[in-house]
Design a protein around this ligand. Structure first.
Ligand code: C5P
Length: 228
């Protein structure tokens, strides 16, 4: 049986992937894999359990054993072993821990199988760093979203202020640069576009523009899906 179709959307933090993926999945009636959330949950699980990040074996064991449930209390909700961690995973600690556990090869391997399980009919939109390069190399459509680091920091700033959370733009810019460096320089699954990915620079695009552009690609590559 042929596998369900997959659309991968990879790129750095603040490139707009999350929002784009959610809308595209909704429009197509596809499942959504927010792989960053899996890394974030693992980061929080490691932190809570007091596991030493240098103990790769223990981190990988946690990655294989933790119970994760998405969507129980609304679309963005995440449970870790029955506890709501929806807010905890979005904190600075959650971001930092995610990128640290993401640099551990055995942890990536343990999360790999979990990610493959999201591929179900009628299809999947997968959001991450290595969706097109490593996890779903046979995806029907691969998109790599980029934007200047300044534009990405600005977006994060507006998002936080909009939520009533204090934010300092230069700090956000510094954190993003650090995370970009760690994500793109790690030896396993570094952040980089797949050779067959379509590159889209969203620096001067609105979210609506990006969504419209991605839907055009869907129409070209997956006409049977887009017309339903
Ligand atoms: O996408 P998001 O910002 O939620 O990802 C958080 C972190 O998780 C990233 O900075 C990256 O280090 C890690 N990650 C990863 N591989 C993925 C998704 C996220 O290494 N596929």
């Amino acid at each position: 049986m042929a596998s369900a179709p997959v659309i991968t959307i990879d790129g750095p933090s603040g490139s707009g992937k999350g929002a784009v993926c959610a809308v595209i999945a909704e429009r197509l009636g596809f499942a959504l894999l927010d792989s960053g959330a899996l890394y974030r949950v693992l980061g929080i699980a490691v932190h809570k359990a007091g596991v030493d990040l240098a103990n790769h074996q223990a981190v990988a064991k946690l990655a294989g054993e933790m119970a994760i449930e998405f969507g129980r209390n609304g679309p963005d909700s995440v449970q870790l072993n029955g506890e709501d961690v929806s807010l905890a995973i979005r904190t600075d600690l959650g971001s930092d821990m995610a990128s640290r556990v993401g640099a551990i090869p055995a942890a990536r391997q343990a999360l790999h199988e979990r990610q493959l399980a999201f591929r179900q009919p009628p299809g999947l939109v997968a959001d991450g760093r290595d969706m097109g390069t490593v996890v779903f190399p046979d995806a029907q459509l691969k998109i790599y979203l980029t934007a200047s680091v300044e534009a990405r920091a600005q977006r994060r700033y507006k998002q936080l202020i909009g939520k009533g959370i204090d934010a300092i733009l230069p700090d956000l810019l510094r954190d993003l640069k650090e995370r970009d460096a760690r994500d793109s320089q790690r030896p396993v699954s570094p952040l980089k576009p797949a050779e067959d990915a379509i590159l889209l620079d969203t620096t001067d695009m609105t979210l609506e523009n990006v969504i419209a552009r991605v839907m055009e690609f869907v129409q070209q590559r997956l006409p049977q899906v887009a017309s339903q």
